[in-house]
Design a binder for this molecule. Structure first.
Ligand SMILES: Cc1ncc(COP(=O)(O)O)c(C=O)c1O
Length: 225
């Protein structure tokens, strides 16, 4: 959001006595330039800031955090206890140690570089098919969206890539209705650099083959790569 819209939103929240939930869930991984400024910085009394350790550490511990006005934080703490109880004590102590020792910060710095390298490899591997698909949302986070140009079917790419040994997800999986963008969601954090390059190159060949077949053609069965 532009600065103007941010200020308007916060002014609205003040006027209405409302809270804005700022879900800044993968802000640690922005690769081109500094992190975006937070809304909560504009008004910590009206904005509840949410983050998660799912991206920086692991989704397995189910741990997130929030920064909120004291009253709100106390109420949310109570609600969380009613819903699913506190995070396990050993996990809390381990996290505390990781944060206080600076280990978490070092880990985020290291992984930011690792994911930036992975992102660059992904870009290189998909460059040969840039006329058929556009890589978007690549400036941050741990996944990118591959927009298919008109005539290229995401479902066909998913199917053929699967036959060739690469599992990718169509954007259709994220829509309730039929009005949607044609493309794929590619997560690139959960594999080694070699695996990523191999998978991306297979995906690029799959896309190139489908693109050469033309828009309305059925895909002929082919040998797997
Ligand atoms: C919009 C959004 N918010 C938050 C999260 C983090 O969720 P959790 O902490 O439950 O893993 C995600 C996970 O991908 C997300 O997509």
């Amino acid at each position: 959001m532009s600065v103007g819209r941010r200020l308007d939103l916060v002014a609205w929240a003040r006027r209405e006595g409302a809270f804005v939930l700022e879900d800044d869930y993968d802000s640690e991984y922005r690769f081109d330039g500094p992190p975006l400024p937070t809304l909560t910085g504009l008004d910590p009394e009206r904005v509840i800031y949410l983050g998660t350790l799912s991206k920086t550490l692991t989704p397995a511990i189910r741990c997130g955090y929030l920064v909120a006005p004291r009253e709100v934080a106390l109420r949310i703490t109570k609600l969380k206890e009613l819903c699913d109880g506190p995070l396990s004590w050993p996990v809390q102590q381990t996290l505390l140690h990781l944060i206080e020792s600076g280990g978490l910060e070092r880990h985020v710095r290291r992984t930011r570089q690792r994911y930036a390298d992975a992102r660059a490899s992904l870009r290189t591997a998909l460059a040969p098919v840039e006329n058929a698909v556009a890589l978007t949302g690549i400036d941050g986070g741990l996944h990118v969206v591959l927009r298919a140009r008109a005539g290229l079917s995401a479902e066909q790419i998913v199917e053929r890539a699967g036959v060739n040994g690469v599992s990718v997800t169509s954007l259709a999986a994220f829509y309730a209705g039929t009005d949607r963008l044609e493309g794929l969601l590619l997560g690139y954090a959960g594999m080694s650099e070699d695996e990523l390059v191999e998978a991306a190159e297979i995906l690029a060949r799959t896309i190139r083959d489908l693109d050469e077949l033309g828009p309305s053609q059925e895909t002929a069965p082919r040998d797997a790569y």
